[in-house]
Ligand binder design. Sequence first.
Ligand SMILES: [Zn+2]
Length: 312
Amino acid sequence: MYTRDNYREAKAEIEARRTSAVALAEERCRELATASPEIKRIDEELRGTGLELFRVACSGGDISAVRKRNEALIAARRAELVRLGLPEDYTEVKYACPICSDTGFVGTKMCSCLKELLITKNIKSSGMGKLIERQSFENFSLEGIEGEDRERMEKNLAKAKAYAELFPKCRGNLLLIGTTGTGKTHISTAIAKEIIHQGFDVVYDSVQNIISDFESDKFKSNYGQGESLSEKYLECELLIIDDLGTEFSTQFSTSTLYNLLNTRQNRGLATIISTNLSAKELAGKYDGRIYSRIVGSDYTVLFFSGKDYRIR
Ligand SMILES: [Zn+2]
């Protein structure tokens, strides 16, 4: 559900929150011990009653007297803090998330703070951070689109919403065909936004950048080193390939593309492809293996048309 890196980073961040919350409380305790001899005395006594409580409880004796003494000391400590003009809980550990005390978990369940952090990290690693800020289903406007174009766009919008809603139960693939500015990127961003918020990892990039990453991995592997740039394209739960057809066609690009689509299909992972080329142009550019894959039964094709969406 989450990439290893994002999960590791998020856990480390929560742990750092906890460490700094504890450190701040300890620092305040030390500071107070110097500033107030009264607090220092109470703290020493509290350590004593704490040990005593433990000792009496272990021997099965009556703890009520020690507990009373303990409570009185705590009350005296609070009063002293107030006298010093400080809040009663000045030296208590203040966690960023009081629900899980900055552990990230409530029992065995992931706390909402960790979930939120993972979503933020997934948005960042998706490569769609800027797009997601601006584009969603809510602000997809059909204004100014009329007639057949409008009917088609309404259907596209409904299909895209259903796609995001049914994910991952239905992990289908989409091919978005249409000229520049007809809303393909907006629709794929809106889908990605929904899916990331459900906790899945999404990766978005142009076909050219994707192929370049595979290329540099191949180059690196010849020298046997370096972290993989292309692994994420084969592993993410939803891959969005933008601008198919704009890449420079080589034997390498064709086989990379075929392997990528094929591997994802075999792994049951979803892919959304957008292209400015028509079905006919796609048939001209790609060999039968790729063409039959994306225009065949593996992909649902959505046609986009109308005036330039960005101008509207
Ligand atoms: Zn939490």
